[in-house]
Write a protein that binds this ligand. Structure first.
Ligand code: 6CM
Length: 258
């Protein structure tokens, strides 16, 4: 059928990621969409049960107390607004392996098991042992994506990184000294721009980033609930403060990456 003038040919949109040929792609795309939808929901919309457990300036951290087979699997949701950095920058430093030892304080060792594509990696990490529990390790894919800003087409895009546990035949779970943990993590970042009124060029003073960080970690094996909750209460605020301070420091003399 011929198109009338002004009509646009309906075509299947091009694949959004070069990782789309990979066996894990259907799962990656599904989980990313689910996690972003969850991250977009406000605290009030997610149903009751979110309790504020840490607050520091603009940073607020909420958790829901949940247990599965006697193990603490409390979902966590943190929101923060940080001046001087963009969503793309936050996601870039979270995703890129070379920076991870700089900001991830619980990390003992990190290996990239597979480069699925530029925007999708598979990691194996071992984390520092926390007494009295066994040491933990984790295998997960990590995917970085730019989401179009649907509300404001001229505004900056939203960026996200989703980490999700997976399996790797060469690294079976619970086969050495470590207990395998299972995680679902979503970092979602929205840049806000407040351009100078006097027409001077945009600087880092004019940008800020709204960060939403959601995670569910299943410790995978015995870990005393009270110790685990105390560890989370201490470690999550420490992580978000240290990580954002690190990005401010890394980017301060660099051009703004939108
Ligand atoms: O999301 C974060 N980091 C990412 C990159 O490393 C990635 C990894 C998350 C691993 C989370 C491990 C949590 C700590 C393990 C404790 C296990 C319980 C031991 C038993 C204690 C009694 O998504 C930042 C993660 C920040 C964690 C505080």
């Amino acid at each position: 059928e011929r198109l009338k003038s002004g009509q646009v040919m309906p075509v299947t949109p091009p694949p959004t990621s070069p990782a789309c040929q990979h066996r894990l792609w259907p799962e990656i795309d599904k989980v990313v969409q689910q996690q972003v939808a969850m991250a977009r929901m406000g605290i009030g919309e997610c149903g009751s049960g979110w309790q504020l457990f840490a607050e520091d300036g603009e940073m607020k951290m909420y958790r829901r107390e949940e247990e599965l087979d006697g193990m603490v699997v409390d979902p966590l949701k943190a929101v923060h607004v940080v001046k001087g950095i963009t969503g793309h920058e936050v996601c870039h430093y979270f995703f890129t392996p070379q920076y991870r030892y700089d900001w991830e304080t619980t990390l003992e060792q990190m290996n990239v098991l597979e480069t699925i594509s530029d925007d999708t990696l598979m990691f194996m990490q071992t984390h520092k042992r926390i007494w009295p529990a066994s040491q933990r390790d984790v295998v997960f894919w990590s995917h970085i994506r730019k989401l179009p800003n649907e509300k404001d087409r001229d505004g900056p895009d939203i960026w996200t990184v989703v980490n999700n546990s997976t399996e790797h035949p060469d690294y079976p779970a619970n086969n050495g000294k470590c207990v395998r943990i299972f995680l679902k993590v979503c970092l979602m970042c929205q840049t806000r721009v407040d351009p100078p009124k006097d027409g001077t060029p945009l600087s880092r003073e004019n940008v800020s980033c709204k960060i939403t960080y959601c995670s569910v970690v299943n410790p995978g094996g015995w870990a005393p609930a009270s110790v685990l909750r105390a560890v989370y209460k201490r470690e999550y605020p420490k992580f978000l403060k240290r990580f954002t301070a690190y990005i401010i420091n890394q980017t301060k003399n660099k051009p703004i990456m939108f």
